[in-house]
Design a protein around this ligand. Structure first.
Ligand SMILES: Cc1cc2nc3c(=O)[nH]c(=O)nc-3n(C[C@H](O)[C@H](O)[C@H](O)COP(=O)(O)OP(=O)(O)OC[C@H]3O[C@@H](n4cnc5c(N)ncnc54)[C@H](O)[C@@H]3O)c2cc1C
Length: 398
């Protein structure tokens, strides 16, 4: 059975927990300007906090998890209602913010789930949430798939569900837009590599920057993606682990451009590796991702050269599901890091030994889309206005 962490993380109940609250007079430093840190910094700023955002290589840089061209946005999370609801809010906020930014970042292409069996809990268990939010899915029989998408091979499919509310997001571009808004709205941004200084009696008072300076703050929020585990090895080395993941952009033959570019984002629930893709992909080619966990990876020094074995698998799959793409050329490829948590849940919690250090991470291959809703949550929780969902609690099993 596939590792479901990316698609439906565990929703086992945990104890409720408290995070430090911050007064508006206090300063907050956010380290990491990816989807998690960038949106958090923006929402903390909008809440009235004094915020400094720091990133070593810039928002959506090529080493980061948020650095690809596009990311899927979908609410479906099996029986996990927390993420379903978070994504519904994220959808609202993406739409609201893209108007503010005057830039289209969300493409409402829809998301089609290819199902092999009569019952597919990963999708079926979300139907009740979709109906509750008036975002019901459309059931498509094999015949209906063939009529709507004649370029899809349905031989091994039982049916599909179409979620018309999802689609895809421009990834690295939106990180840059969030930073632009953050600066425009009065935030301070520094581009520099951060090393946390030593803790002093239960607190972190300062961090050192690669530009030679030192920054003090009342509270530090570390949203460092795949780097988090190495940054705080005594606490997080077994909690946030990094694997290399691959995505390919295939060239669609001229005869099929319209058919492919106008079809929804698709997710193939084949029960083993989980293939998914973004047909339009901001004109970069037909994107195919393989969700199978790759090898351990160092996001600082690892080369981003594609793995031939994974590519062969991807090619085999794409030729099977979309016969017109059998010999399609690879136009571009990406090697991106997954910042895995043990059960796929995000981590939003304080450092066990430092009362003013908060971690935000563990996106685990599905975090990007939640950025604005998560940022809003972070600001609300830090202002003492809301509690964080229990499943984001840090659990250390040594
Ligand atoms: C191949 C792939 C496909 C994915 N598909 C999807 C998808 O379809 N939909 C979806 O929602 N999610 C998806 N994800 C997951 C999503 O991309 C991540 O969960 C999300 O981007 C994580 O954002 P982040 O801000 O936590 O981390 P990052 O984007 O990695 O940001 C961390 C930032 O911290 C900075 N940093 C690190 N260390 C330091 C330091 N010491 N000093 C200063 N700065 C530092 C880095 O430069 C970086 O900019 C996918 C991920 C991968 C790899």
């Amino acid at each position: 059975m596939a590792n479901l962490n990316t698609f439906a993380p565990s929703h086992q109940p945990r104890k409720s927990y408290e995070l430090p609250t911050v007064s508006k007079k206090e300063k907050v430093v956010v380290v990491g300007a990816g989807s998690f840190g960038g949106w958090s910094a923006l929402y903390l700023l909008r809440k009235g906090f004094q915020v400094t955002l720091i990133d070593s290589w810039g928002p959506g840089n090529s080493r980061s998890s948020s650095g690809d061209e596009t990311r899927v946005i979908r609410s479906t999370y099996g029986a996990n209602e927390v993420y379903f609801d978070l994504n519904v809010r994220a959808l609202e906020l993406w739409k609201e913010n893209q108007l503010r930014f005057k830039k289209q970042l969300f493409c409402n292409a829809g998301v089609i789930w290819f199902c092999y069996e009569d019952k597919t809990p990963l999708v079926d268990d979300s139907i009740v949430f979709a109906n509750k939010h008036k975002q019901s899915y459309e059931y498509l029989s094999k015949k209906e798939i063939e009529a709507k998408y004649p370029h899809v091979n349905t031989d091994d499919l039982h049916h599909a569900y179409l979620d018309a509310f999802g689609g895809y997001l421009k990834a690295r571009e939106s990180c840059q837009s969030v930073l632009d808004a953050f600066i425009q709205e009065g935030g301070e941004y520094i581009q520099s590599f951060v090393i946390p200084d030593k803790l002093e009696s239960d607190r972190l008072n300062s961090i050192s920057l690669s530009n030679g300076s030192r920054v003090n703050s009342d509270v530090f929020l570390f949203a460092c993606g795949s780097w988090l585990g190495k940054m705080f090895p005594d606490v997080l080395s077994s909690v946030i682990t990094c694997t290399r993941q691959e995505a390919y952009y295939f060239g669609v033959p001229p005869t099929h451009v319209k058919a492919f570019d106008t079809m929804p984002v698709w997710i193939d629930v084949d029960g083993k590796d989980f293939y998914y893709g973004i047909p339009g992909n901001a004109n970069r080619g037909f994107k195919l991702g393989v969700d199978e966990r790759g090898d351990s990876f160092d996001p600082n020094v690892g080369d981003r050269i594609l793995n031939q074995q994974v590519l062969e698998k991807a090619r085999k799959f794409i030729g099977h599901r979309f016969p017109a793409l059998k010999n399609a050329p690879v136009l571009e490829s990406r090697v991106c890091p997954y910042e895995n948590s043990p059960d796929g849940n995000f981590v939003f919690d304080k450092h066990p030994n430092a009362s003013n250090v908060v971690f935000l991470g563990g996106g685990s291959g599905h975090g990007f889309k939640h950025g604005p809703a998560l940022g809003e949550l972070v600001a609300d929780v830090m202002a003492g206005e809301r509690k964080s969902p229990e499943i984001f609690q840090l659990v250390i099993n040594n």
